[in-house]
Design a protein around this ligand. Structure first.
Ligand SMILES: NC(=O)c1ccc[n+]([C@@H]2O[C@H](COP(=O)([O-])OP(=O)(O)OC[C@H]3O[C@@H](n4cnc5c(N)ncnc54)[C@H](OP(=O)(O)O)[C@@H]3O)[C@@H](O)[C@H]2O)c1
Length: 471
């Protein structure tokens, strides 16, 4: 175990939630088992349910057995549990924070991380109660880790930010976009900037189109209510897809401040490709008739309006209005209940005659980089065939074993005050501004919702976005 006299409190609001069980606790276990938590690292798990710490420990066992990356080990698990105390309180009642304060008081020079794994409507309540109750006054440093979604529009995100800034400074707010913790998202920067041969290719004279897509086989599962309020554009495009696109196209940066400016520049210059309704395809899944599973349509999901017009799939054809990229067709796609689970970037190069070259960067679940090339087929004749040059990173067992999960990486970074894996306010604001414009365009022009059966690649028109020539 790491030694040192420092106390760090990791106060976890929403300790009985899905995110905590599936992601946060396994990530903390991994960090513990890799000896990356100091001896004085304590986890206060806050919930409203009437559990003792022992009850809570028992609940954690199956989740850790199932989801830890570093291997479940009884001895390690027991030592990990000794860091965790369950604290029953209502987080919307300021009086209940006295119990927290009493726990904090003896260690007034400690580092405090407050993780809000709760619905966004509680972010401001918890932040204000932490300050009003005097909890935050007891800390040497304080950090507030906030899950997505950060607002539902630029206006609401701005209001939330203004409220949070009353209690925390910008550099104490860690806005989570867990994609930033993924191995291949980190790798986008090395692929771009450690391979000088690619530099001249990153230009509209060479690239025809870029597809950034995040497709999921799962539907909305238990999150029907949340999804009804969001839909695919707000849930995925505003944060994850914009992050990927901006990292992929931004200029090289010497430091984090520069990187933020450069990423923001890409988002600020995004627009629909032709400003036409054809630029946006909206879909909603129906059931899969031939399947034994996936028998529910979106409208039949729990907590979903049977008449709902929420999009579960979107394909947006856009462009980045900067001199180097102006003509490149940028296609942003995401959907639920599609034919495959895959997050990837396709870079389609221009080409005459032969099959165009293509670079594929696979982000998850498979990780790797692929380049489609044309070569002479072995033999006496001059025949050309297309082959894939492959680097499958996740196919190597050691790579899988050594690759931290996204949340593990994010938590480690936050503990070390490394803000590079978190979304700064400027990026959030720029992203919502564009998404607000696109949503207004959809409303004004009545962009139709098209239905697609589960286990397909969205509405049938989706392929047109990929294959139609630039116009
Ligand atoms: N789940 C994911 O994969 C995921 C992914 C990305 C972002 N997020 C975000 O992470 C946050 C948490 O998501 P989740 O899926 O974990 O939600 P969840 O399963 O609904 O859990 C919410 C947690 O908040 C607690 N809670 C709710 N209202 C409360 C109240 N009035 N007083 C005290 N506790 C209350 C719940 O306690 P009870 O158990 O007692 O109800 C539970 O511990 C949300 O902002 C979500 O958008 C989640």
């Amino acid at each position: 175990m790491m030694s040192g006299s420092k106390t760090t409190f990791f106060t976890l609001f929403g300790a009985t939630g899905d995110l905590t069980y599936r992601k946060l606790i396994p990530a903390l276990y991994n960090l513990h088992s890799l000896d990356l938590l100091e001896d004085g690292f304590k986890i206060l798990a806050i919930g409203r349910r009437n559990y003792s710490t022992q009850d809570y420990h028992e609940l954690l066992r199956p989740w850790c057995e199932k989801f830890v990356r570093t291997g479940f080990n009884e001895r390690v698990f027991d030592a990990f549990l000794s860091r965790i105390e369950y604290v029953q309180m209502r987080f919307d009642d300021v009086n209940d924070y006295q119990g927290l304060k009493e726990r904090f008081a003896p260690c007034s020079q400690s580092q405090h991380l407050y993780y809000l794994a709760v619905a966004s409507s509680y972010f401001d309540v918890i932040a204000s109660n932490l300050v009003e109750s005097g909890c935050t006054a007891l800390s040497r440093t304080k950090q507030c880790l906030i899950e997505k979604p950060f607002g539902t529009s630029l206006e609401s995100a701005q209001a939330l930010n203004d409220t949070l800034l009353k209690f925390f400074k910008e550099d104490e707010i860690y806005r989570i976009d867990h994609y930033l913790g993924k191995e291949m998202i980190q790798n986008l920067l090395s692929i771009r900037f450690e391979n000088p041969i690619l530099t001249p290719l990153w230009h509209h004279s060479m690239i025809d189109s870029i597809v950034v897509r995040a497709l999921e086989e799962v539907g909305v599962e238990s999150r029907g209510q949340y999804y009804e309020d969001f839909g695919a554009i707000k849930d995925m495009v505003q944060n994850h897809l914009f992050q990927i696109l901006s990292l992929l196209l931004m200029k090289p940066s010497n430091n984090l401040d520069e990187r933020i400016i450069n990423q923001k520049e890409i988002i600020d210059h995004l627009s629909l490709y032709n400003q036409s309704t054809q630029d946006i395809i909206l879909g909603q899944y129906t059931s899969c008739e031939q399947c034994s599973d996936f028998t529910k349509s979106y409208r039949e999901e729990e907590h979903v309006d049977p008449q709902s017009n929420t999009e579960t799939f979107v394909s947006i054809k856009a462009r980045v209005n900067l001199p180097d990229y102006n003509d490149i067709k940028v296609i942003l796609q995401t959907g639920k209940r599609t034919h495959m689970r895959s997050t990837e970037v396709l870079i389609n190069f221009k080409g005459k005659g032969s099959t165009p070259n293509q670079m594929i960067i696979k982000i998850s679940p498979d990780e790797g980089v692929y380049l489609r090339m044309n070569i002479k087929k072995p033999g006496p004749n001059y025949d050309v065939e297309t082959v894939m040059m492959e680097y499958c990173q996740s196919c190597v067992y050691e790579n899988r074993l050594n690759t931290p999960e996204a949340y593990e990486r994010l938590l480690k970074a936050a503990i070390q005050f490394d803000r590079s894996l978190f979304t700064p306010w400027e990026m959030v604001a720029s992203s919502w501004k564009i998404v607000d414009e696109w949503l207004a365009f959809i409303k004004l022009n009545n962009v139709p919702l098209q239905f697609y059966p589960a286990k397909t690649y969205g509405p049938t028109t989706t392929m047109e976005h990929i294959h139609e020539p630039n116009q």
